[in-house]
Design a protein. Structure first.
Length: 83
């Protein structure tokens, strides 16, 4: 993937992950994109079999990983800001 493609895929994956999670997440667009990039890279690596066309399994894994990342980020930032 190119850098621009990775950023765009990360943005899409991050926004989809936020969409499927219930409630409101207090994340900036930059944090959403960064978590989405990690999710996209992990999804690309986990479902790495070469395919033709759109690889839906890779996208689904990416969104699930990003959703888990958003939940973890929310738990970490919530616990550190309670003091």
């Amino acid at each position: 993937m190119s850098i621009i493609g990775t950023i765009i895929a990360g943005l899409i994956v991050g926004l989809l992950a936020r969409f499927i999670l219930p409630g409101r997440q207090n994340l900036s667009l930059v944090i959403t994109t960064l978590i989405g990039i990690v999710g996209a890279l992990v999804g690309y690596w986990v479902a790495g079999a070469p395919t033709n066309g759109v690889d839906w399994i890779r996208w689904i894994v990416s969104v699930i990983v990003a959703a888990i990342g958003i939940v973890i980020y929310g738990a970490v930032t919530k616990s550190s800001s309670v003091r």
